[in-house]
Design a protein around this ligand. Sequence first.
Ligand SMILES: Cc1cc2nc3c(=O)[nH]c(=O)nc-3n(C[C@H](O)[C@H](O)[C@H](O)COP(=O)(O)OP(=O)(O)OC[C@H]3O[C@@H](n4cnc5c(N)ncnc54)[C@H](O)[C@@H]3O)c2cc1C
Length: 382
Amino acid sequence: MDFALSEEQEMFRSMFRDFSTKEIAPYVEELDHAEKPPLDALRKAARQGFLGATVPEEYGGAGLDPLSYALLIETLAGDCMSTAITLATHVSLVAMPILAHGTDAQKEDWLPRLCSGEAIGAFALTEPDAGSDTSRLHTRAIVEGDEVLLEGVKTWVANGEIAGLFLVFARGEAGHEAFLVPRDAPGLTVGYREPTLGLRCVTFNTLYLEGCRIPLSNRLGGPGDGGRIAQEAQDLMAIALAAAGLGVAESALQVAAKYATERVQFGVPIAQKQAIQNYVAGAMIETEALRYLVYHAAWLVEQGKDISFDASIVKAFGARVARSVTNRMLQVMGGYGYMEDYPLARKYRDARALHIIGGPTEWHDFRIARHIFAGLDLAIAP
Ligand SMILES: Cc1cc2nc3c(=O)[nH]c(=O)nc-3n(C[C@H](O)[C@H](O)[C@H](O)COP(=O)(O)OP(=O)(O)OC[C@H]3O[C@@H](n4cnc5c(N)ncnc54)[C@H](O)[C@@H]3O)c2cc1C
């Protein structure tokens, strides 16, 4: 067992820190208040190869190993969770499924454009009546000769406003199917943007597919493969989301601990008070436990192992740690933690999303329980 980062991974991490400090941190508050996507940072991230983080170099990607990718998401989330989620959606939920399931033509057509940032990716699975239960999609895919007609409504599409490519899931003859739908496809409309509690630099939009026609060659995988493609993508995303939770927890701890050394009450810095020491110590314990779960999950991906069980564990724990650490660090900062002028309020709002995005915690708990009871010969249903 070797827990050390390789020399290359250390080098990548310091490059990610450098990028995030220069290109994200200075603009994050302004963009968050204006609720604008970090377009400039994304352009610069594309130049660094981050938009094709785990995509092989032959398609224009950076070919990062899964652990280096987790370090990238962790680092970006430390400064801006919105940017980390935008990038993870693009890479884990769109580029990687194309790499895994695309035909040569689909890979050659889309991967270089995704890596260069010419097209940002979005993942359209959720519907108004299909949230946790995505086995019952209403969006229909009707094959007509060498075309497919898509009809339906998708909600909560992260990156909706800025996307050039939508990975859309629909019900076909043989079950769920996945389709690559370019933004300019006839019959596709990007609609309403959801105002949200946090992640305010990510645009979450409703997507309307009304008589939307695309070539059948835009189907990703075969008939009936959609469910598997969506689940594999969400398992990869689960690790990225946990890495984002790690990043936001670490940075909240840093901000609040520093504040505790500067804020004087009763004649001494509040860091001298045992209640505050307990808060920061507890936060550190949770954060370090999460770190090793995230890095281990990334290692499992590297080894090509089945990650379905570990993805749910790391996702559920990541959400819990991010929420509990940002909550307690807000408390350390007292009233200043609750002010929008200080970064803790944003981190707290952003961290809360992790219990819902990528499947709610209850869904991941169910998958973990299903695994436990399967070992005791009992099948359970959601
Ligand atoms: C910030 C954010 C980003 C998102 N990004 C995307 C995206 O890019 N693409 C996309 O397709 N979707 C996206 N989603 C949608 C997300 O995947 C869904 O919100 C999520 O799957 C839950 O669906 P729902 O909101 O309809 O809740 P519901 O399914 O209605 O659930 C409501 C509550 O009931 C609980 N519940 C439901 N069924 C059960 C059960 N069987 N047992 C116990 N509890 C249950 C849930 O856990 C939850 O607490 C995003 C959501 C958020 C908040």
